[in-house]
Design a binder for this molecule. Structure first.
Ligand code: RNT
Ligand code: ZN
Length: 409
């Protein structure tokens, strides 16, 4: 089937061999928090709060580092291509409880060791939710100086950890700052919290690190659960902040109004920013964090990365948490779908399409863009899986793992 497909693509001037080779080199950062419903390893953790929520109660959640590492290991064995791992600060490994503003690089040494042996790069996130000092939905923009200071210290600690990880692993570690800050009901003052956030960030970024070790990013959103009327860290706020401070904006495709599309934001950002980190998710009517599927917007996002040759500038990470299905199936299918979208984008004659656009030949462009949708993509995808030595049919092993491992938890 692959040989036939290769010939079909050849008539379109597309080299499937090149596409297969390239696809395996584009890293995707898996979010560790899909494995345990964003619980983390802190004692007495009750799960995600701060405008986000995991729904579902599927059995088998990873309850500690050994279970999470084992589940990740198994998931990775079913996913082709180059993988990274995205950690949150609440996944620190320590025998004694550590306050978040006292976290240190050594608390992530076991993760570094785990990742190094598997050729996996790490990314990082400060955790400014699921904590008593974030209970009223305000952190860096809190009117109370002491609470702001606590979170400033936390993020400073996290940047130090991320820079340490980046240096140790020899590839920059993304440090993505997302805060829940917002209000449920109409605000009396929309500006002061933003000034406080701006100043807190300035204090955080007054510490300088080597850009080869850390990529600093801020992540905006529209609203969170229970914080529907106002979000301090809005898109305009962070875009302006990042542009004036020389850092980056992370685009989470669940964090915009439903008719806004991140695929269009990527090239807009590429015109100005060196790096464009992503949280790829599936937003069902709102920021619902559903598993990524092989659907139109994911395909468009992948096209913007591939046709702009931005594989090294767009940092692909995933961000969803579905506890209603087998969590490993959620990881594997979401990551595979992102890879499918990349391979799909690699199998398109982008240069020819650009020529048609510039020549004003919109009839031919439209027709070609539609014709290409029914080329034998599936055969090339299966060849990719075979070369990456991962199974085409991967659900039976997941069922086995559920029976042998997850059901015993
Ligand atoms: C929340 C943001 C944020 C979190 C993770 C757990 O709306 O998307 O990225 O999902 O940090
Ligand atoms: Zn996100």
């Amino acid at each position: 089937m692959y040989e036939t497909a290769r010939k079909v693509y050849e008539t379109w001037g597309i080299d499937t061999e090149k596409a297969l080779e390239k696809c395996g080199t584009v890293p995707i950062s898996l979010h560790c928090w899909q494995g345990d419903d964003v619980m983390g390893f802190e004692k007495n953790s009750t799960g995600a709060s701060g405008g986000i929520q995991t729904t579902g109660n599927y059995p088998g959640r990873a309850r500690n580092k050994d279970e999470l590492m084992a589940d990740l290991e198994f998931a990775y064995s079913l996913i082709p291509g180059k993988k990274r791992l995205n950690l949150h600060a609440i996944y620190a490994i320590s025998d004694v409880p550590v306050e978040r503003d006292a976290l240190m690089p050594q608390h992530f040494d076991p993760w570094l060791e785990w990742a190094r042996g598997r050729g996996i790069g790490l990314d990082f996130n400060p955790t400014l939710f699921s904590h008593p000092l974030a209970a009223d939905g305000l952190t860096l923009s809190h009117p109370d100086r002491l609470i702001r200071d606590y979170w400033i210290r936390h993020i400073k600690a996290c940047r130090k950890i991320a820079a340490y990880i980046g240096e140790k692993q020899g590839s920059p570690c993304l440090n993505d700052i997302w805060i829940p800050d917002g209000l449920k009901n109409p605000p009396a003052d929309r500006l002061s919290p933003r000034i406080r956030l701006r100043d807190a960030l300035d204090e955080i970024f007054s510490v300088k690190y080597d850009k080869n070790h850390i990529v600093d990013a801020v992540e905006s959103k529209v609203f969170g659960i229970g914080l529907e009327s106002y979000t301090v860290g809005s898109s305009e706020f962070y875009l302006s902040y990042a542009a004036t401070r020389g850092i980056n904006v992370l685009l989470d495709n669940g964090h915009y109004h439903p008719t806004e599309i991140v695929s269009d934001k990527i090239p807009a950002m590429l015109a100005f920013f060196d790096k464009v980190p992503l949280h790829v998710t599936r937003a069902v009517r709102w920021d619902s964090d559903h598993v990524v599927l092989f659907e139109d917007e994911i395909k468009e996002i992948a096209k913007e990365i591939i046709r702009n040759k931005a594989e090294e500038r767009v940092l692909i990470g995933l961000d969803y948490f579905d506890a209603s299905i087998n969590r490993i199936a959620a990881w594997v299918t979401g990551t595979r779908n992102m890879q499918k979208a990349l391979l799909n984008a690699l199998l398109m004659p982008h240069d020819e399409f650009k020529i048609l656009q510039d020549a004003g030949n919109f009839s031919k462009l439209l027709v070609m863009q539609e014709e290409i949708k029914t080329l034998p993509f599936g055969a090339v995808w299966e060849e990719y899986l075979a070369r990456e030595k991962v199974p085409v049919e991967w659900f039976s092993p997941v069922e086995q793992y559920e029976k042998n491992v997850l059901e015993n938890r």
